[in-house]
Design a protein around this ligand. Sequence first.
Ligand SMILES: Nc1ncnc2c1ncn2[C@@H]1O[C@H](COP(=O)(O)OP(=O)(O)OP(=O)(O)O)[C@@H](O)[C@H]1O
Length: 364
Amino acid sequence: MTHIDASGLKTAGISIRKVNLSYGSLQVLKNVDLEIQPGEFFAFLGPSGCGKTTLLRVIAGFNTPQSGSVTVGGREVLSLPPWKRDVGMVFQSYALWPHMSVRKNVAFGLEERRLPKDEIGRRVDKALELVGLGHLGSRRPSELSGGQQQRVALARTIAIEPTVLLLDEPLSNLDASLRVQVRRDLLAMQRRLGLTTIFVTHDQEEANTICDRIAVMKDGVIQQVGTPMALYDNPVNLFVASFLGTANILDGAMRTNGREQVFELPCGSRFPVPDEHRNGAKLFFRPQNARLALAADQAETASVRVKGKVSHKEFLGASVRYGIRTEGGEVFADIPHARGEAHLPDEHIVGVDVPLSRVNYLPA
Ligand SMILES: Nc1ncnc2c1ncn2[C@@H]1O[C@H](COP(=O)(O)OP(=O)(O)OP(=O)(O)O)[C@@H](O)[C@H]1O
C-alpha cells in the first residue's frame, strides 16, 4: 500500500522475505524477514560488519540477493534498477558538489532525469523548505555547517519524491555535540515528512532516541525486532541484552520443584519462574531495577535476592553504579543519586534485590 502524508509526499511500507546474500563463501544476509510499516522510522542496529548496509543497499537496488523478495508499497522491486524503485538513499558521505550552490545540488538529480524546468524549481523549493534551508539556497556546501550539509543531502533525496527514505549512518560525520542536535532535527523532519525511513547505525543510543522500532542484527541474522523499550526490557537473547545496555547475567540452574518451576543460583537461593521462561538458562536484569539492602535485612517480597560485596562504584550523574561481587559473577546496581547521601564502602556485604517482575531468563 502507498499512502499520501500531510507533507504531500507519498509513503510506502516495505516487506522483506527470506533474503539471502553471499559474497563468495561469506554469507552476509541469512534468511532476513522484515515488515516495515508506512511512515515508520525504523533502524537497522548492530555491530560493524553484521550486514546492515548490505541490507539497506538491497532495498535501494545497489546489491542483489541470491534469493528472497523485497516489496515497496506492495510492488516487487528486486528486478527493478535503483532509479525505478521510488526509494531515496542518503549515503554516509553526503557527496555534495562543492562548486555548486545548495539549490543546484538539490536540482542536480532532477536535471539528470530531464524534468521540466518549472517542475524542478517547484520540487527544489519544496524540498529546501521541508528541511528548513529555504533561505540558504545560494550558498555553497563549504559555507554550511555539517548538520546543514546533511540536510542538503536529505533535500536532494526528498526532491526525487521517493516513497521510502534510506539513511546510511547519516550522523557519523558529525561531532558528538552536533550529532545530538541533528538527530532531533532528523526526527522532527521525519515526522513532518511522514516518509517511511530506515536508519542504519551501530549506535544503540542513536537508534533508541529517534526510531519507532529497531531490528537488531548480528552476523547477517535478525535477532529481534521491537520498540526500543521492548528490546531493552525484554531482550530475547544474551546478544540483544548486552548490545542494548549494561546487562546483569547470572548463571544458575532451572529446576522443577513439584509443579513449580524455580531458578537456583550458585549460592543456593531459589526463585519461582513463570512458565514462559521455563527454557531459560541465565537470569537477566538491568542495573536500574536492582536495589541494595543490608545483607542482614530481609529480602523484599516477590524479589530475587543475591548476596555479594561492594567491589567498586562509579558516579554516573543521575545515579551511582555499584559493582557487586557475587558467587555467580559481578553484577551492577544503579542507585539514584541524592544529595548528601552516604555511600556504601568497598567490601561492604550487601543484598541485591530485584523485583521478580523485572527479572528475565535468557537461553544460554
Ligand atoms: N562488495 C563486497 N564484497 C565482499 N564482501 C563484502 C562486500 N561488501 C560488504 N562485504 C562484507 O559483508 C559484511 C557486511 O558488510 P556491511 O557493510 O553490510 O556491514 P555493516 O553492518 O553495515 O558494517 P558497518 O557498520 O561497519 O558499515 C562484512 O563482513 C563486509 O566485509
